[in-house]
Write a protein that binds this ligand. Structure first.
Ligand SMILES: Cc1cc2nc3c(=O)[nH]c(=O)nc-3n(C[C@H](O)[C@H](O)[C@H](O)COP(=O)(O)OP(=O)(O)OC[C@H]3O[C@@H](n4cnc5c(N)ncnc54)[C@H](O)[C@@H]3O)c2cc1C
Length: 541
């Protein structure tokens, strides 16, 4: 049996694995694709961290709390912003090559400014290829280590024995179902953008860790907070190429079909307004004009090809020249702020089960993630998990997003995801597409009770179809997970009768002070409300 089993090979999983190996633990990483397959490698803008004056952890904290719209856990954010700079320096020391400029004191990190940040604090690599560089550096470090890597392995179910985590049941590349046991297990399986038809997330972002946790009665929260990125390229390719906010930082302007720069009248920060505001303004324009996209005019940006090589290549790939053409854009599901509830050390409600990265809900993102805080989240909390295990911690404390959650009674759980062989199986892609279309049309940028009821009913019908999916195929388990997570997102969105952060309700357009808290699933069919204590909360509603 290994000391540590890590599920996932993005920034969160590999950071955790490397720290564990350095501490002398025997580690096995299970990942469903190749080692480098992750959402991490698609990240463009960079990693936010307050390195030196005039910036400070306090300023970074303040910006994060504002973005989180009253639902961040202030202690979790303090951990993020205070430990962040050292974690980024460690990543650079390990081999990640961030963009720098020469100065009298030697090479200095180049810092960019993104929406919601009060000053430039985002380090980047290869211009807009930050995630690819980080993933490269992490993968190479893992390949130099003693860590055992199992690629093409898919975690199906959490193993829970004697009230603690014992590892997972996994589908092997040859189609066998095997137990993989470890003293401690880390869920770092990324986000769930694939619940939606239009997303920037790669095909692997199917919310697996969250689905496994929901089934096992491990607490999950804040699932209604899906951040929609306003400017994904409107093109049939999936995932949708992302046209980073940095383009608007360099002067790019959103225009409607008439050519009008509509953000100027919508918010004092115009095109650099927070993501949720821009997404809603685009959505409203698309509804008014009955069109499928608006336009991003980036023709004024000089040296586009060298400043934004990834975006340049994506545009060229679909026959667009950003120096001449307006680019068609529409909002796309981008980031899940909620997930598996953890304390400040990444501990979940199941002893010896830990979570970090986009899968986790540590309390740092609240109702809306601040741009470029998620890579940092994986770096900071990935290391904290290992430090806690080394201290012999076994169970969660009532800190971070876990505050108040341990008091909820866990409900014994129900569903068995292991699928039996069928004679005439339904193609998984068919059900997957139907789930995605349902979520995009009825649980998207702007929601209301009628649409959410429709979504719940349709997902219920689709769950019936899922019984006929082929056995022992990864595609089948992914669809089951998409269905499970989508149901929870819809239930949480229907229960939160207010507009806050990235969750917008047309029928409840204001934020409500009565709803300053988290909706938590802990085995229960409906989410339960856990109010935030005045001490743990920070920032503006
Ligand atoms: C286009 C794009 C641009 C972005 N830009 C930025 C940015 O500039 N800055 C920023 O901070 N964030 C950005 N983000 C968000 C950020 O990239 C992600 O939140 C972060 O990389 C998530 O890392 P992770 O390690 O948690 O998960 P991932 O990187 O998604 O890794 C998850 C891993 O788990 C594996 N896995 C999943 N399910 C299973 C299973 N059942 N069994 C075994 N393995 C499994 C996957 O194969 C994968 O290896 C961006 C995201 C996208 C999509």
């Amino acid at each position: 049996m290994h000391d540590l089993l890590v599920m996932g090979s993005g920034i969160a999983g590999l950071t955790t694995a490397l720290h564990a190996a350095r501490r002398g633990m025997s580690v096995v990483v299970l990942t469903k694709g190749e080692l480098s397959h992750s959402a991490t490698r698609y990240a463009q803008g960079g990693v936010a961290a307050a390195f030196a004056p005039p910036d400070s952890p306090d300023l970074h904290l303040a910006d994060t709390l504002v973005a989180g719209s009253g639902l961040c856990d202030a202690d979790a954010v303090r951990v993020l912003v205070e430990e962040g700079p050292d974690r980024v320096r460690e990543l650079a020391a390990m081999g990640a090559r961030f963009d720098t400029e020469p100065s009298a004191e030697g090479d200095q990190l180049l810092l960019a400014r993104e929406g919601g940040h009060s000053l430039a604090r985002v380090v980047h690599a290869g211009g807009d290829a930050t995630g690819a560089e980080i993933e490269r550096a992490l993968v190479e470090a893992v390949e130099r280590s003693d860590i055992e890597v199992r690629t093409g392995w898919f975690a199906i179910e959490l193993l829970r024995e004697r009230g603690r985590s014992e590892g997972v049941l996994a589908l092997s590349p040859t189609g066998g179902v095997e137990f993989v046991r470890a003293l401690d297990t880390v869920l770092a399986t990324g986000g769930a953008g694939q619940c939606f038809a239009v997303t920037t997330n790669p095909a692997l972002s199917t919310g697996d860790g969250i689905a496994l946790s929901l089934r096992a009665g491990v607490a999950c929260a804040d699932l209604e907070f899906v951040q929609f990125h306003p400017t994904a390229l409107h093109h049939p390719s999936m995932p949708r190429p992302l046209l980073s906010e940095a383009l608007r930082g360099e002067g790019a302007v959103l225009r409607d079909d008439e050519g009008s720069a509509f953000m100027a009248g919508a918010h004092p920060l115009a095109d650099l307004a927070p993501r949720d505001i821009v997404s809603r303004a685009i959505y409203a324009r698309m509804m008014d004009e009955n069109v499928e996209h608006v336009w991003l005019d980036a023709t004024m940006i000089e040296d586009f090809e060298h400043r934004f090589p990834t975006i340049w290549a994506a545009c060229q790939g679909v026959g667009l020249d950003p120096t001449n053409d307006w680019l068609p854009v529409a909002p796309a599901a981008h980031y899940l702020s909620g997930g598996v509830v953890t304390d400040l050390d990444g501990a979940t409600t199941l002893p010896h089960l830990w979570s970090c990265g986009e899968t986790a809900c540590s309390g740092v993102h609240g109702a809306n993630r601040l741009a470029s805080n998620s890579l940092l989240d994986g770096l900071v909390f990935g290391r904290r998990v290992i430090e806690a295990i080394v201290r012999d911690k076994r169970e969660a404390d009532s800190t971070g997003a876990m505050t108040g959650v341990l008091d909820l009674t866990a409900v014994a759980v129900d569903e068995d995801p292991v699928v039996l062989p069928r004679n005439n199986p339904t193609a998984p892609d068919k059900v997957r597409g139907a789930v995605q279309r349902t979520m995009s049309s009825d649980c998207g940028v702007v929601r209301d009770a009628g649409g959410l009821k429709l979504a719940a009913d349709t997902l219920g019908d689709l769950a019936g179809l899922a019984d006929d999916l082929p056995a022992r195929e990864m595609a089948t388990y992914e669809v089951l997970n998409l269905l499970r997570v989508s149901r929870a997102i819809v239930d949480a969105a229907a229960t939160r009768e207010e507009t806050r952060g990235s969750h917008a309700r047309a029928d409840y357009p204001e934020a409500s002070d009565d709803l300053l808290g988290r909706f938590v699933f802990r085995g229960s069919a409906r989410p339960e409300f856990v109010p935030l204590s005045a001490g743990s909360r920070g920032g503006n509603a």
